[in-house]
Ligand binder design. Structure first.
Ligand code: UDP
Ligand code: MG
Length: 321
């Protein structure tokens, strides 16, 4: 038996969100039931270790539109989102955070906009980040400036992973061989007709952030290296400058030698050796970044493993408990 295609899928990645889950269910269900159309909610449980799986199983009892995709282990927000997007069945697919920082009410506007203007992508863009800490605002501004330079101006600034995709856009995403793409960059890169809808980013409704500084830095590094060889080019330019400087130093050393001041030539040699050493180390480091990417790609280890899908025949062990 295959269920008819719902008009809308809402993908919600979540990791240890037991505290927000009851609030989320009420808000999301209110909005989606109000649409008057067939929908599904794909809750991607990213290997939660708290009561999230049990809470989801309980919610499913009275909410047939809720579908639970449980990942075998914690695989990260991007991987969880990717897993949910590729398994969503809706004609339109919205991705949203579980913590109610993205108000579910905005989904209605995203859908309306996509249909009215025949768009494949509608980004929800944060109108105001005054609720975020100064550091978060500052780092986000730097991040968007960087990625817009690297990927292109089509990347909307201040757009996170709250967005709507059409079926066609999701299918295009499926064609990409990348194991875990940085979705907020890959989606604009696909080049579908898109628009932005602004919204007010809320406080996290309950629980704590799952995005520490180390993960944010990791996302930034991945964003750049997955889209650009510019850092490698920086190494090349530095190398060229280094060679030019060394050329000058060699001439200086030779002239000093002719003038009879051989001993005084040692500082320039010293500088040249140090400089070349530094340049080589830098180049090696940058090469290493890319070699690491090749390594993980060649390795082919999946970014996530699906433990259970409530739409499949195999029962979820969490539900049997
Ligand atoms: N999340 C996830 N896996 C992780 C970390 C986070 O699925 O390993 C989910 C989390 O439950 C939330 C969303 O990703 O629904 C965004 O995370 P969070 O709100 O903690 O990040 P922030 O808003 O603070 O940047
Ligand atoms: Mg959040």
């Amino acid at each position: 038996m295959t269920a008819p295609q719902p008009a809308l899928s809402v993908v919600v990645p979540m990791f240890n969100e037991e505290a927000v889950l009851p609030l989320l269910a009420v808000r999301l269900r209110g909005v989606l039931d109000g649409l008057g159309e067939a929908y599904e909610v794909v809750a991607v449980d990213d290997g939660s270790t708290d009561a999230t799986p049990a809470a989801l199983a309980a919610l499913r009892v009275g909410w047939p539109e809720l579908r639970v995709l449980r990942l075998r282990r914690n695989s990260g927000h991007q991987a969880a989102l990717h897993a949910g997007l590729l398994r969503a069945r809706g004609a339109y697919v919205v991705s949203i955070d579980a913590d109610l920082q993205d108000p579910p009410e905005v989904i209605v506007e995203l859908l309306r906009r996509a249909r009215a203007d025949h768009l494949d992508v509608v980004y929800a863009v944060r109108a105001d980040r005054s609720r975020d800490t100064r550091f978060k605002r500052w780092s986000a501004a730097g991040y968007y400036r960087l990625v817009r330079r690297v990927v292109g101006e089509q990347v909307p600034a201040q757009a996170g992973d709250f967005r709507l995709l059409s079926r066609a856009a999701v299918e295009a995403l499926r064609e990409l061989p990348e194991r875990s793409p940085v979705l907020r960059l890959v989606v604009p890169w696909l080049g579908f007709p898109s628009a932005e809808v602004t919204y007010e980013r809320q406080e996290r409704a309950a629980g704590r952030t799952k995005y520490p500084l180390s993960r944010m830095a990791g996302l930034a590094a991945e964003s750049v290296t997955s889209f650009s060889a510019a850092p490698l080019r920086v190494a090349t330019w530095l190398g060229l400058v280094g060679v030019a400087v060394c050329g000058v130093l060699v001439v200086v050393a030779v002239l000093a030698w002719f003038a009879g001041g051989t001993v005084s030539g040692w500082p320039s040699l010293y500088v040249a050796i140090l400089f070349l050493g530094a340049v080589q180390l830098l180049c090696l480091g940058l090469l290493g970044e890319y070699v690491a990417r090749i390594y993980t790609a060649v390795q082919g280890r999946p970014a996530y493993l699906v433990a259970a899908d409530s739409a499949a025949a195999r029962p979820d062990p969490a539900e049997l408990a």
